[in-house]
Design a binder for this molecule. Structure first.
Ligand SMILES: [Zn+2]
Ligand SMILES: [Zn+2]
Length: 467
């Protein structure tokens, strides 16, 4: 039987739904965070470009460089500036310094993500050294690429592969490659290049993956000892990378000194020289590792940790290992990977000269100091000054005169502010004491500076408070 009873429908909710803020670029999820296979920030940039269907060059020039405060790299008529950026600076994008921190800030702003610092070594900035940390060129395991592609997984560039001490892939028992094996190419690429695409050569753009079962090229084959050492290194560094998101607070530099002291005490009863000799280090090494001076290079740190039966992560968290490590006599001898950029020294000098000239020709504000330039190029200021003294002097002088000009501007502003503040207190019918005047300044402490005191005395004299 059909009834005509009235039906009550749901009411419409006419309130507008709240739409969370949109990000300018895709909210692309990084690969492997919290695991040893975490991808690198430069690899993320290349994947982000691929996800948007644009070349890495376009993404970097139009979206990233302007927010990094360096749009001039792309707008200048001098193409050397941009090529120097790809070649020399992109390795620092995964590191522990300002450039990495700035890129994280820019990319998090563009993608709306909050976890991109884990794709760099920034969580370890306090305890890892700035130098000799990252290799200057792209390195890869061809079998890893191929495996991922065949499994239909996204191809990433692990942060592990950017680190100097990591020279092999223990999973596939082979050395990492740094030179493209394709006929007619045979070149190294920077960690991020204008044509970078995950898993591809940034020079010839061809796929870098290779079958696992083919005979290894001579530069990929790995001796048994080297494989053992690399297996330990990859585990130890991977542990560090995987632990970063779980750190409550980043480890402090003082912790190295404390763990070191504990180890020296435990191994040789407090005798630093004997401790160093026993671990195969120069006797001065432990003295140099105090806070404020040098930090051990990652290679040294791995060497020490392996000999003590601990790992860098445990060492940073306070575990000094033991006097008689339980492992089977494995020794890590820092070898340092060959640097493909420096295989041709005369060319390197020319490149260096071109890079310094490009820095001088740029209108970067503020002009960088020589130290900063050296850091970007992966050299020390001492080394640059030794080879190219004139160019280095010009860079230093430009930086200094900028600093001086800024200093005199600040002094003039302080004098003016103090002068006006003294008159104001006087106009209120009170004695313009230093304290009363300081309370009216944008930075009250600046009253203690020499120019401020001089301006104050001068105003007091003008107002008749002082003879
Ligand atoms: Zn591999
Ligand atoms: Zn190639």
């Amino acid at each position: 039987m059909v009834t005509d009873a009235p039906v009550v429908y749901l009411t419409w909710d006419l309130a507008r739904p709240t739409i969370p803020p949109r990000s300018r670029l895709f909210h692309l999820e990084p690969l492997g965070i919290g695991t040893p296979d975490t991808e690198s920030l430069t690899g993320y940039v290349a994947r982000l470009a691929e996800a948007h269907g644009v070349a890495t060059r376009q993404l970097v020039i139009h979206e990233i460089l302007p927010l990094l405060g360096r749009p001039h790299l792309a707008t200048t008529l001098d193409p050397n500036l941009l090529s120097a950026f790809w070649r020399n600076e992109t390795r620092a994008l995964n590191g522990t310094q300002t450039l990495a921190a700035n890129l994280v800030r820019v990319l998090e702003h563009l993608t709306g993500r909050r976890d991109l610092r884990f794709l760099t070594l920034l969580p370890w900035a306090e305890v890892l050294p700035a130098y000799h940390l990252q290799r200057p060129s792209h390195a890869w395991c061809s079998a890893c690429y191929e495996t991922r592609r065949q499994a239909g997984q996204p191809v990433g560039e692990p942060l592990l592969w950017t680190l100097q001490p990591v020279t092999a892939c223990p999973r596939h028992r082979r050395r990492l490659r740094t030179i493209c094996a394709h006929p007619g190419c045979g070149r190294p690429s920077p960690p991020l290049g204008s044509r970078s695409r995950p898993g591809h050569c940034a020079r010839c753009r061809r796929w870098l993956g290779g079958a696992q079962d083919v005979d290894l090229a001579s530069d990929e084959a790995l001796a048994h000892n080297a494989l053992q050492a690399q297996t330990w290194i990859v585990h130890a560094v991977g542990e560090l990378i995987a632990a970063a998101p779980r750190l409550a607070t980043p480890p402090r530099r003082e912790q190295i000194t404390r763990t070191l002291a504990a180890s020296v005490e435990q191994v040789t009863g407090g005798n630093r020289s004997a401790w160093a000799r026993r671990l195969g280090l120069t006797t001065g090494a432990p003295d140099n590792w105090h806070p404020g001076t040098m930090r051990p290079s990652l290679e040294r740190l791995l060497q020490v940790c392996c000999a003590l039966g601990t790992t860098p992560l445990r060492f940073f968290l306070g575990d000094p290992g033991s006097a008689d490590p339980p492992h089977d006599g494995l020794r890590i001898v820092p070898e340092g990977p060959p640097n493909p950029w420096r295989l041709r020294p005369p060319l390197h000098r020319l490149t260096m000269q071109r890079d310094l000239e490009a820095v001088l020709a740029s209108d970067e504000q503020p002009p960088p100091s020589l130290r900063e330039v050296a850091q970007r190029l992966g050299d020390t200021a001492l080394y640059l000054r030794h080879h190219l003294p004139d160019l280095c002097r010009a860079i230093s002088e430009r930086h200094l005169s900028y600093q001086r000009a800024r200093g005199s501007e600040t002094r003039a502003r302080v004098r003016d502010e103090v002068h006006r503040a003294t008159y104001r207190v006087h106009a209120e019918g009170r004695y313009p004491s230093a304290r009363r005047v300081s309370l009216l300044l944008s930075d009250p402490v600046s009253i203690r500076s020499k120019p401020a005191r001089a301006a104050w005395h001068e105003a007091l004299r003008e107002l008749g408070w002082q003879p």
